[in-house]
Design a protein around this ligand. Structure first.
Ligand SMILES: [Zn+2]
Ligand SMILES: [Zn+2]
Length: 339
């Protein structure tokens, strides 16, 4: 196999490293220079001396990490770092999310970060980038994961909300606070009722509005909110808040989760919500395969998810495929990065 002969990027205990540019991509441990694909906690971590992200991703990264040194670059602009040429390309995952292209001496690598191939209308649409070596996530790398078009899911969510409103109930929708929550906001039928938000969601909304991302009007739930007088409203909250005293303060309420994991048999029953809607900010089985094909890459490195099964599948289909261990996979599920 030809995959070990060059080393524009290498895999180290701190994460993916570029020796020619002396930088890491989404490193797990503190480093001098970190290139960050997007703001989710398993990618943008504390403690690096300097950060580089897209201009669109930076405000949320700063909001989450506080006082950091961060430089930004627009999508598609080539930056020279040492002898490496680097550019960020839309990953379609959340606003500002990027795949990072690294070129050294004619050898091109792309680190996908998290991505989805369906255009959500909020994030810049996923852009296939040609490369020799593609490092892909495979969070949903099983054939069982096939997403419906988001319009169909939004119709189902709005129908659920409408039905609850008709019955004088509050709808409480659990969705990851960065990305998924804003995507949902943009798909809600605002003629049904008011939209309320949990603080964890509204904090991100504020950051995005301040940078010019258009989101529909929302009302933050505070201590002064009369939770017993919100019949007909929908409340967007992080998944962890669904089965909490905070949520139960609303009367009467119906709860639901929005997640790709809702597509997995058994998960709906284990979760506390009354309903589950299957929508993810990651590529499904088709999306992963399509994205990999479009890179034209011969060497595929898989990380984040069903890596063993997915790499076997790729090898059966003629790729050179290898698994990269992801140190924080356990955390990811807990945090619901699925987004
Ligand atoms: Zn993510
Ligand atoms: Zn992730």
């Amino acid at each position: 196999m030809a995959m070990e002969t060059t080393s524009a990027l290498i895999f180290t205990p701190k994460g993916i490293y570029c020796p020619s540019g002396d930088f890491y991509i989404d490193p797990w441990h503190p480093v001098e220079r970190a290139l960050i694909t997007h703001g989710h906690a398993d990618h943008a971590r504390f403690g690096h001396r300097s950060y580089l992200s897209t201009d669109i991703a930076a405000p949320v990264i700063k909001h989450r990490l506080g006082d950091i040194v961060i430089e930004t670059v627009p999508y598609g602009t080539k930056v020279k770092i040492g002898s490496a040429t680097v550019s960020f390309h839309p990953a379609g995952h959340v606003p500002g999310s990027a795949q990072i292209r690294v070129e050294v001496g004619g050898e091109v690598w792309v680190v996908s970060g998290d991505y989805k191939t369906e255009n959500d209308g909020l994030s810049d649409a996923f852009e296939p980038v040609k490369c020799h070596n593609f490092i892909t996530e495979c969070t949903f790398g099983l054939p069982a994961f096939r997403w419906q078009k988001q319009g169909i899911v939004f119709d189902a969510i709005n129908a659920w909300w409408q039905e609850n409103a008709r019955n004088g109930r509050v709808s409480v929708l659990g969705a990851y606070g960065l990305g998924k929550a804003q995507r949902l906001l943009c798909g809600l039928d605002l003629s049904i009722g008011p939209v309320l938000t949990h603080g964890a969601v509204e904090g991100t909304n504020r950051v995005m509005r301040a940078q010019g991302i258009a989101l529909p009007p929302t009302r933050l739930v505070t201590q002064d909110t009369d939770k017993k007088a919100q019949a007909g409203a929908i409340v967007i909250a992080p998944p962890s808040a669904i089965d909490s005293a905070w949520a139960r303060g609303f009367r009467d309420l119906s709860t639901a989760f929005v997640s790709g994991w809702m597509g997995l048999r058994g998960v709906r029953r284990r979760r506390a919500g009354d309903r589950g809607f299957v929508m993810s900010d990651h590529a499904d089985w088709e999306g992963l395969n399509q994205a990999i094909l479009e890179t034209g890459a011969e060497n595929i490195y898989v990380t984040h998810g069903y890596t063993d099964i997915f790499s076997k599948w790729l090898i059966e289909n003629g790729y050179h495929a290898k698994v990269i261990p992801t140190q924080f996979w356990e955390d990811i599920e807990e945090e619901g990065d699925e987004a």
